[in-house]
Design a binder for this molecule. Structure first.
Ligand code: ZN
Length: 271
């Protein structure tokens, strides 16, 4: 896989695994009990002065396309249209950010679950590109499981450090939004939309000495992205580069492929 364009080529030369490209009768024939339905979920939200609003949408969309292109046949994956607007209210202060309330997004996910439950598919995966959605998506997994009987899953192309992921040491565990890795991945996927000359270090260093109340600490806290400074990103994008982004993206897609294989075989440990 060379790039986002390579993903597109793969999708166009192989038979489509986008659910929307099937006809009604084909859905009945090709979507079966073994099918895994993948719902990419992005965001349209400010990412600091160096990145466009579309970052999470693009990453979720491209990761979804790539994992289905590379692993669709082996794990019977089917791709839904990317849900671009999600729960980005930590950026509500920044005009241009589009966000759904928690109640609205949960209702949307319930409705999507209801639609998938009308097919023969039994597995629905939320592929989440925005950390601000994670808590709600875990709630949605259980809600959709209870309401519609689907097996539900939540996967991430990239796990931010406040949710157990890692970042370069220089970001002090706080490269969570528009920082080194996210900017690098976006430079790989959409180099024309990155303005690295505007990138600035924005790490709330005062939190680094806290033992408990910090990103990823035992005590969590409610936050808005302008609580830490005026720029809106949290991390240090100044050394971001497309080569590292390419490696990060390809590694993420490979890991997602392995997760999809386990999801395709999932039966709650029953034998
Ligand atoms: Zn992001």
């Amino acid at each position: 896989m060379e790039s986002g364009a390579g993903t597109l080529d793969a999708m166009e030369t192989a038979p489509s695994r986008r659910l929307e490209d099937l006809s009604g009768p084909e859905i009945a024939e090709r979507i079966t009990e073994s099918s895994v339905i993948v719902q990419p979920i992005g965001a349209v939200e400010q990412h600091g002065p160096h990145l466009p609003l579309s970052v999470d949408h693009v990453i979720a969309h491209e990761a979804g396309e790539a994992v289905v292109a590379e692993h669709g046949e082996t794990s019977d994956l089917w791709l839904l249209p990317t849900l671009s607007v999600s729960k980005s209210n930590e950026h509500a202060w920044s005009p241009g950010t589009l966000w759904l309330s928690a109640e609205t997004l949960l209702a949307v996910l319930r409705d999507i679950g209801r639609c998938i439950a009308a097919t023969r598919a039994r597995r629905l995966v939320f592929l989440n590109g925005h950390g601000g959605n994670s808590a709600l998506l875990n709630v949605a997994c259980r809600e959709v499981r209870l309401a519609h009987g689907l097996m539900t899953f939540l996967v991430h192309p990239f796990v931010p450090p406040d949710h157990g992921g890692t970042c370069p040491e220089t970001e002090l565990g706080m490269g969570i939004h528009g920082g080194h890795r996210e900017t690098s991945v976006f430079m790989h996927l959409r180099p024309d939309l990155v303005h690295l000359e505007k990138a600035r270090r924005a790490v709330p260093e005062g939190l680094a000495s806290n033992r408990y109340v910090r990103f990823g600490g035992l005590a969590s806290f409610g936050w808005l992205s302008n609580d830490f400074g005026p720029d809106g990103h949290i991390g240090d994008p100044t050394g971001a580069n497309a080569e590292e982004g390419k490696l990060l993206f390809e590694t993420a897609v490979a890991l997602l492929g392995e997760q999809m294989a386990e999801i395709a075989a999932w039966d709650f440990g029953r034998s």
